[in-house]
Design a binder for this molecule. Structure first.
Ligand SMILES: NC(=O)c1ccc[n+]([C@@H]2O[C@H](COP(=O)([O-])OP(=O)(O)OC[C@H]3O[C@@H](n4cnc5c(N)ncnc54)[C@H](OP(=O)(O)O)[C@@H]3O)[C@@H](O)[C@H]2O)c1
Length: 211
Protein backbone atom coordinates (compact mmCIF):
# COMPACT_ATOMS: atom_id res chain seq x y z
CA UNK A 1 0.00 0.00 0.00
CA UNK A 2 1.12 3.56 -0.67
CA UNK A 3 0.92 6.49 1.74
CA UNK A 4 1.93 10.10 1.17
CA UNK A 5 3.83 11.95 3.87
CA UNK A 6 3.95 15.73 3.56
CA UNK A 7 6.55 17.21 5.90
CA UNK A 8 9.81 15.36 6.47
CA UNK A 9 11.04 17.11 9.62
CA UNK A 10 11.48 15.71 13.11
CA UNK A 11 8.26 13.72 13.28
CA UNK A 12 7.55 13.10 9.59
CA UNK A 13 10.93 11.44 9.10
CA UNK A 14 10.38 9.05 12.03
CA UNK A 15 6.86 8.17 10.83
CA UNK A 16 8.27 7.54 7.35
CA UNK A 17 11.05 5.26 8.60
CA UNK A 18 8.70 3.23 10.81
CA UNK A 19 6.07 2.83 8.08
CA UNK A 20 8.69 1.87 5.50
CA UNK A 21 10.19 -0.72 7.82
CA UNK A 22 6.70 -2.21 8.13
CA UNK A 23 6.49 -2.53 4.33
CA UNK A 24 4.54 0.62 3.38
CA UNK A 25 5.47 2.35 0.12
CA UNK A 26 5.88 6.11 0.60
CA UNK A 27 5.61 9.26 -1.46
CA UNK A 28 7.42 12.08 0.33
CA UNK A 29 7.12 15.83 -0.02
CA UNK A 30 8.44 18.75 2.00
CA UNK A 31 9.08 22.45 1.73
CA UNK A 32 12.74 21.47 1.96
CA UNK A 33 13.13 19.19 -1.07
CA UNK A 34 16.62 18.20 0.08
CA UNK A 35 15.34 16.87 3.42
CA UNK A 36 12.76 14.73 1.57
CA UNK A 37 15.49 13.50 -0.80
CA UNK A 38 17.85 12.60 2.05
CA UNK A 39 15.08 10.75 3.89
CA UNK A 40 14.06 8.83 0.76
CA UNK A 41 17.68 7.88 0.07
CA UNK A 42 18.03 6.55 3.62
CA UNK A 43 14.86 4.47 3.30
CA UNK A 44 15.75 3.06 -0.11
CA UNK A 45 13.41 1.51 -2.66
CA UNK A 46 10.27 1.91 -0.52
CA UNK A 47 10.21 5.71 -0.76
CA UNK A 48 10.11 8.20 -3.62
CA UNK A 49 10.29 11.98 -3.54
CA UNK A 50 7.27 13.63 -5.12
CA UNK A 51 7.54 16.72 -7.29
CA UNK A 52 5.42 18.66 -4.79
CA UNK A 53 2.67 18.38 -2.21
CA UNK A 54 -0.10 17.66 -4.72
CA UNK A 55 2.04 15.17 -6.61
CA UNK A 56 2.69 13.28 -3.35
CA UNK A 57 -0.98 12.24 -3.32
CA UNK A 58 -0.78 10.43 -6.70
CA UNK A 59 -1.64 6.79 -6.05
CA UNK A 60 -1.65 7.20 -2.26
CA UNK A 61 -4.62 5.90 -0.27
CA UNK A 62 -3.84 8.08 2.72
CA UNK A 63 -1.80 11.17 3.44
CA UNK A 64 -0.02 12.04 6.68
CA UNK A 65 0.31 15.81 7.13
CA UNK A 66 3.41 15.96 9.39
CA UNK A 67 3.34 19.74 9.50
CA UNK A 68 3.41 22.43 12.15
CA UNK A 69 -0.09 23.56 13.06
CA UNK A 70 0.69 27.07 11.82
CA UNK A 71 1.33 25.90 8.22
CA UNK A 72 -1.31 23.18 8.12
CA UNK A 73 -4.19 25.26 6.74
CA UNK A 74 -2.04 26.65 3.91
CA UNK A 75 -1.03 23.16 2.78
CA UNK A 76 -4.61 21.84 3.08
CA UNK A 77 -5.78 24.72 0.87
CA UNK A 78 -3.00 23.92 -1.63
CA UNK A 79 -3.99 20.24 -1.96
CA UNK A 80 -7.70 20.51 -1.13
CA UNK A 81 -9.19 19.03 -4.34
CA UNK A 82 -7.42 15.66 -4.19
CA UNK A 83 -8.19 15.31 -0.46
CA UNK A 84 -11.85 14.59 -1.15
CA UNK A 85 -12.51 10.92 -0.42
CA UNK A 86 -9.02 10.40 0.92
CA UNK A 87 -7.90 9.43 4.43
CA UNK A 88 -6.07 12.38 6.00
CA UNK A 89 -3.96 11.64 9.08
CA UNK A 90 -2.90 14.65 11.16
CA UNK A 91 -0.37 14.43 14.01
CA UNK A 92 -0.13 18.20 14.54
CA UNK A 93 -0.30 19.59 18.06
CA UNK A 94 -1.81 23.11 18.25
CA UNK A 95 1.39 24.74 19.47
CA UNK A 96 4.10 27.04 18.16
CA UNK A 97 7.62 27.68 19.41
CA UNK A 98 9.46 31.00 19.53
CA UNK A 99 13.16 31.49 18.71
CA UNK A 100 14.08 30.52 22.29
CA UNK A 101 12.12 27.27 21.98
CA UNK A 102 9.31 28.37 24.31
CA UNK A 103 6.18 26.48 23.31
CA UNK A 104 2.75 28.08 23.45
CA UNK A 105 -0.73 26.93 22.49
CA UNK A 106 -2.17 28.53 19.35
CA UNK A 107 -5.81 27.66 20.07
CA UNK A 108 -7.93 28.83 22.98
CA UNK A 109 -7.87 26.47 25.97
CA UNK A 110 -10.47 23.75 25.55
CA UNK A 111 -10.85 24.18 21.78
CA UNK A 112 -10.40 20.83 20.02
CA UNK A 113 -7.63 20.92 17.41
CA UNK A 114 -9.35 18.09 15.57
CA UNK A 115 -12.52 20.11 15.11
CA UNK A 116 -10.47 23.05 13.79
CA UNK A 117 -8.61 20.84 11.32
CA UNK A 118 -11.87 19.15 10.26
CA UNK A 119 -13.23 22.62 9.46
CA UNK A 120 -10.25 23.31 7.18
CA UNK A 121 -10.70 20.10 5.14
CA UNK A 122 -12.88 19.86 2.03
CA UNK A 123 -16.15 17.93 2.25
CA UNK A 124 -15.52 14.21 1.87
CA UNK A 125 -12.01 14.14 3.35
CA UNK A 126 -11.74 11.42 5.98
CA UNK A 127 -9.86 12.76 8.99
CA UNK A 128 -8.06 10.87 11.73
CA UNK A 129 -5.91 12.64 14.31
CA UNK A 130 -3.03 10.25 15.02
CA UNK A 131 0.74 9.80 15.21
CA UNK A 132 1.17 13.00 17.25
CA UNK A 133 0.61 11.61 20.74
CA UNK A 134 4.26 10.63 21.30
CA UNK A 135 7.41 12.69 20.88
CA UNK A 136 9.48 11.63 17.88
CA UNK A 137 12.08 10.01 20.17
CA UNK A 138 9.49 7.99 22.08
CA UNK A 139 7.79 7.03 18.82
CA UNK A 140 11.04 5.60 17.51
CA UNK A 141 12.00 3.77 20.71
CA UNK A 142 8.53 2.35 21.49
CA UNK A 143 7.74 0.92 18.05
CA UNK A 144 7.83 -2.86 17.64
CA UNK A 145 8.07 -3.29 21.40
CA UNK A 146 7.81 -6.89 22.62
CA UNK A 147 6.39 -8.98 24.10
CA UNK A 148 3.60 -6.43 24.55
CA UNK A 149 3.24 -3.81 21.79
CA UNK A 150 2.95 -0.15 22.77
CA UNK A 151 -0.26 1.66 21.92
CA UNK A 152 -0.79 4.61 19.62
CA UNK A 153 -4.05 6.40 20.32
CA UNK A 154 -6.11 7.92 17.53
CA UNK A 155 -9.45 9.72 17.18
CA UNK A 156 -11.81 9.87 14.24
CA UNK A 157 -15.48 10.25 13.33
CA UNK A 158 -15.04 8.26 10.11
CA UNK A 159 -15.09 4.44 10.01
CA UNK A 160 -13.04 4.20 6.81
CA UNK A 161 -10.39 6.55 8.28
CA UNK A 162 -10.40 4.42 11.43
CA UNK A 163 -9.70 1.23 9.46
CA UNK A 164 -6.90 2.86 7.48
CA UNK A 165 -5.23 4.56 10.43
CA UNK A 166 -5.35 1.30 12.40
CA UNK A 167 -3.57 -0.41 9.51
CA UNK A 168 -0.94 2.35 9.40
CA UNK A 169 -0.43 2.26 13.18
CA UNK A 170 0.13 -1.52 13.06
CA UNK A 171 2.46 -1.13 10.08
CA UNK A 172 4.49 1.36 12.14
CA UNK A 173 4.86 -1.21 14.93
CA UNK A 174 2.14 -0.20 17.41
CA UNK A 175 -1.25 -1.39 18.60
CA UNK A 176 -4.03 1.10 17.70
CA UNK A 177 -6.56 2.21 20.33
CA UNK A 178 -9.36 4.62 19.51
CA UNK A 179 -9.77 7.33 22.12
CA UNK A 180 -13.08 8.54 20.69
CA UNK A 181 -14.36 10.94 18.07
CA UNK A 182 -12.58 13.99 16.70
CA UNK A 183 -13.81 16.13 19.60
CA UNK A 184 -11.53 14.04 21.86
CA UNK A 185 -8.33 15.09 20.03
CA UNK A 186 -7.24 17.26 22.97
CA UNK A 187 -6.56 14.11 25.00
CA UNK A 188 -3.82 13.10 22.52
CA UNK A 189 -2.00 16.39 22.21
CA UNK A 190 0.55 18.24 24.35
CA UNK A 191 -1.07 18.75 27.76
CA UNK A 192 -3.65 15.98 27.17
CA UNK A 193 -3.92 13.00 29.54
CA UNK A 194 -2.94 10.50 26.79
CA UNK A 195 0.04 12.46 25.46
CA UNK A 196 3.54 10.93 25.69
CA UNK A 197 2.21 7.79 27.36
CA UNK A 198 3.87 4.52 26.43
CA UNK A 199 1.39 1.88 27.56
CA UNK A 200 0.16 -1.53 26.48
CA UNK A 201 -3.35 -2.27 25.15
CA UNK A 202 -4.98 -3.24 28.47
CA UNK A 203 -3.80 -0.11 30.28
CA UNK A 204 -4.71 2.03 27.27
CA UNK A 205 -8.27 0.70 27.23
CA UNK A 206 -8.69 1.28 30.95
CA UNK A 207 -7.46 4.87 30.50
CA UNK A 208 -10.03 5.43 27.73
CA UNK A 209 -12.76 3.98 29.88
CA UNK A 210 -11.71 6.05 32.89
CA UNK A 211 -12.25 9.38 31.13
N1 LIG B 1 8.68 16.39 16.67
C1 LIG B 1 7.96 15.77 17.57
O1 LIG B 1 8.52 15.15 18.52
C2 LIG B 1 6.46 15.77 17.48
C3 LIG B 1 5.73 14.90 18.32
C4 LIG B 1 4.33 14.88 18.24
C5 LIG B 1 3.68 15.71 17.34
N2 LIG B 1 4.41 16.55 16.56
C6 LIG B 1 3.68 17.42 15.64
O2 LIG B 1 4.07 17.09 14.31
C7 LIG B 1 4.10 18.25 13.49
C8 LIG B 1 5.46 18.33 12.81
O3 LIG B 1 6.43 18.51 13.83
P1 LIG B 1 7.98 18.41 13.50
O4 LIG B 1 8.68 18.41 14.80
O5 LIG B 1 8.20 17.29 12.53
O6 LIG B 1 8.21 19.81 12.78
P2 LIG B 1 9.42 20.18 11.82
O7 LIG B 1 10.64 19.43 12.23
O8 LIG B 1 9.47 21.65 11.72
O9 LIG B 1 8.96 19.57 10.42
C9 LIG B 1 7.92 20.14 9.66
C10 LIG B 1 8.18 19.82 8.22
O10 LIG B 1 7.17 20.43 7.43
C11 LIG B 1 7.81 21.00 6.30
N3 LIG B 1 6.99 22.06 5.73
C12 LIG B 1 6.80 23.34 6.16
N4 LIG B 1 5.99 24.01 5.32
C13 LIG B 1 5.66 23.13 4.35
C14 LIG B 1 4.88 23.22 3.16
N5 LIG B 1 4.24 24.34 2.83
N6 LIG B 1 4.78 22.12 2.38
C15 LIG B 1 5.41 20.97 2.69
N7 LIG B 1 6.18 20.82 3.79
C16 LIG B 1 6.29 21.89 4.60
C17 LIG B 1 9.10 21.52 6.86
O11 LIG B 1 10.01 21.85 5.82
P3 LIG B 1 11.10 23.03 6.16
O12 LIG B 1 12.01 22.42 7.18
O13 LIG B 1 11.74 23.29 4.86
O14 LIG B 1 10.30 24.20 6.70
C18 LIG B 1 9.54 20.34 7.69
O15 LIG B 1 10.11 19.33 6.91
C19 LIG B 1 3.85 19.45 14.43
O16 LIG B 1 2.54 19.91 14.27
C20 LIG B 1 4.04 18.88 15.82
O17 LIG B 1 3.15 19.47 16.77
C21 LIG B 1 5.79 16.59 16.60
Amino acid sequence: MTTAIIGTGGLGSVIARRLASGGETLRLSSADHESARTLAAGIGRGAVVAAGNRDALQGAGAVVLALRFTVLKGVIDEIAGPLTGRVVVVPSNPVSADAQGNVSRVLPEGQSSGKVVAGWLPAGARLAMAFGSLSADLFESASNRSPEPAVLFYVTDDDRAGEEVERLIRTAGFEPVKAGGIEQSGRLEVGGDLHDLVVGPAEARSLIGAA
